[in-house]
Design a binder for this molecule. Structure first.
Ligand SMILES: [Zn+2]
Length: 143
C-alpha cells in the first residue's frame, strides 16, 4: 500500500474512531492489535507494515462495533453473562462466542472499509491474513 493511500485510509479510520468515541494508539505490544472495551482503545503494533496496520485497525474497529451493541445481542449472551459471572468463561458456549466475535470483527472490518471508501485494500490478502490469525486464535481458545 502506497504511503499516500495509507495516510488517507488512516485518517478516514481515525475520524470514524473519533465519531465513535474510540481511541487508536500505536505501540509495541504483545498482540498485533487489541481492542480494550473498558477504555474503548484500539492498540496497534507499530512494527507492522502499513498495509497490515490498516487490516488490524479495521478488525479492531469491528470489535468496537460488536461491543457497541453486545448487551442487546443474543449471539453474545454468554459473553455478557461472563462480565459478572467469570465461571461462564470456562464453558464451550463462551469459547464459541469468542471465536464468533473474531469472524464477525473481520467481517465488520471489511464492511467498514467499504463504507468509508478506503482505497487500495487487497481483500484477498486481507482474507489470507485474517485466516492465519483466526487459526492461531482457535489454537489459543480451544487449546
Ligand atoms: Zn480480534
Amino acid at each position: 500500500m502506497r504511503r499516500k493511500t495509507y495516510e488517507s485510509n488512516l485518517s478516514k479510520l481515525e475520524s470514524w474512531a473519533k465519531k465513535n468515541n474510540v481511541k487508536i494508539v500505536f505501540g509495541r505490544h504483545g498482540e498485533l492489535g487489541e481492542y480494550d472495551m473498558h477504555t474503548k482503545t484500539i492498540i496497534v503494533d507499530s512494527r507492522l507494515s502499513n498495509e497490515k496496520k490498516i487490516f488490524v485497525i479495521l478488525h479492531e474497529c469491528g470489535h468496537a462495533l460488536v461491543h457497541k451493541t453486545i448487551y442487546g445481542d443474543r449471539k453474545y449472551a454468554v459473553q455478557v453473562e461472563s462480565f459478572i459471572d467469570f465461571s461462564k468463561k470456562y464453558t464451550d458456549e463462551y469459547k464459541v462466542e469468542i471465536l464468533r466475535e473474531e469472524f464477525d470483527a473481520w467481517e465488520r472490518g471489511v464492511n467498514l472499509s467499504r463504507r468509508l471508501r478506503l482505497e487500495g485494500i487487497n481483500y484477498r490478502k486481507m482474507k489470507r491474513y485474517a485466516s492465519s490469525l483466526i487459526v492461531e486464535y482457535c489454537d489459543w481458545v480451544l487449546g
